[in-house]
Write a protein that binds this ligand. Structure first.
Ligand SMILES: C[S@@+](CC[C@H](N)C(=O)[O-])C[C@H]1O[C@@H](n2cnc3c(N)ncnc32)[C@H](O)[C@@H]1O
Length: 294
């Protein structure tokens, strides 16, 4: 029997650190700042759960999603351009350890593999690995002796529906595969009202979770660029002094986020550009604390 479909999830990807969970806050922030109907950009889009929900629920007119990871990019490219073929593959593929090993191998040549094949591999591993971590282990373990098995998160019918829905809105989704800094420079110059939400690789756990992660100097370079941006923006991070210092003069919120990748609740921060009001919307976050400038 098929499992019940949760309509709050528009992305077919499970994502470590996925930000669909702050939708309630972000949607209120949009009202508080009259952002409804503007464009929205994510330089580190990953599973793009929040971007898609804002688009599907009418908060934004257009989304720009970017991710440097070719595996992730190939997945989005494929479902936007070849959704029928991809859905056909989903309905036929067997969710077995044999296929898991096959698709795991594909990732080793991610930089040269055909995009459609890479998309299959990324999606297969994302749906069959613990917490969706592409370089992580399979649900149920190699011997499939765990409580949950490899197919526990592979509800084909629901996933096919999500992909078809996204493909219908493809004209309102612009996808790129650039370095985050190049992307924000481009967005900063674009001649339209665009709100930029940056969710870079975590400061502490980035290397375990993503194929591409950031060193201290990368985080530093990013902050210098962000602080110069003319567009309105917001940045989220795991809470760490190093990051707080990079954004020392900006207004920030500390709050609790339930992180699927570790199944624990951790402190996160959101930093805001100068003009953004968040007095009302902040109430939608769990245990929010407004931090003074330091
Ligand atoms: C914290 S995750 C973003 C999660 C996303 N907000 C979501 O809700 O699914 C960070 C993302 O940044 C991507 N990334 C890492 N280095 C990058 C870079 N230099 N430029 C662009 N994207 C990068 C990773 O592939 C990863 O998908």
């Amino acid at each position: 029997m098929e499992k019940k479909v949760n309509t709050n999830y528009y992305s077919p990807l499970r994502y470590p650190g996925g930000k669909n969970c702050i939708f309630s806050f972000v949607s209120k922030l949009f009202y508080e700042n009259n952002f409804i109907g503007c464009s929205y950009a994510e330089p580190y889009a990953g599973g793009a759960g929040l971007a898609l929900r804002l688009l599907f629920e009418g908060y934004v007119n257009h989304v720009y999603i970017n991710d440097l990871d070719r595996s992730i990019y190939s997945f989005w490219l494929t479902i936007l351009n070849r959704p029928e073929e991809f859905c056909e593959w989903i309905s036929e593929v067997e969710i077995t350890m044999k296929n898991w090993h096959k698709y795991k191998e594909f990732q080793k040549t991610a930089y040269e593999l055909d995009e459609f094949e890479l998309a299959k591999s990324t999606f297969f591993l994302n749906r069959t690995n613990v917490s969706g971590v592409i370089k992580g282990g399979v649900i149920g373990g190699q011997n499939q002796t765990g409580k949950y098995k490899i197919d526990a998160r592979f509800n084909k019918q629901d996933l096919i529906e999500r992909i078809k829905r996204i493909a219908e809105l493809r004209d309102r989704i612009t996808l790129t595969c650039m370095d985050g800094l190049t992307f924000i420079n481009k967005m900063n110059r674009i001649n339209e009202e665009v709100f930029i939400y940056l969710d870079p690789p975590y400061y502490q756990k980035g290397a375990d979770l993503y194929m591409n992660f950031y060193s201290n100097s990368d985080h530093q370079k990013l902050s210098r660029q962000v602080l110069k941006m003319k567009k309105k923006w917001m940045v989220s991070y795991d809470n760490h002094d190093f990051i707080l210092n990079l954004y020392a003069q900006e207004r920030k919120i500390l709050y609790k986020l339930s992180q699927a990748a570790s199944n624990r609740v951790g402190d996160e921060i959101i930093v805001f550009s100068k003009e953004i009001n968040f007095t009302e919307s902040v109430k939608a976050l769990k245990s929010p604390v407004i931090l003074n400038q330091i």
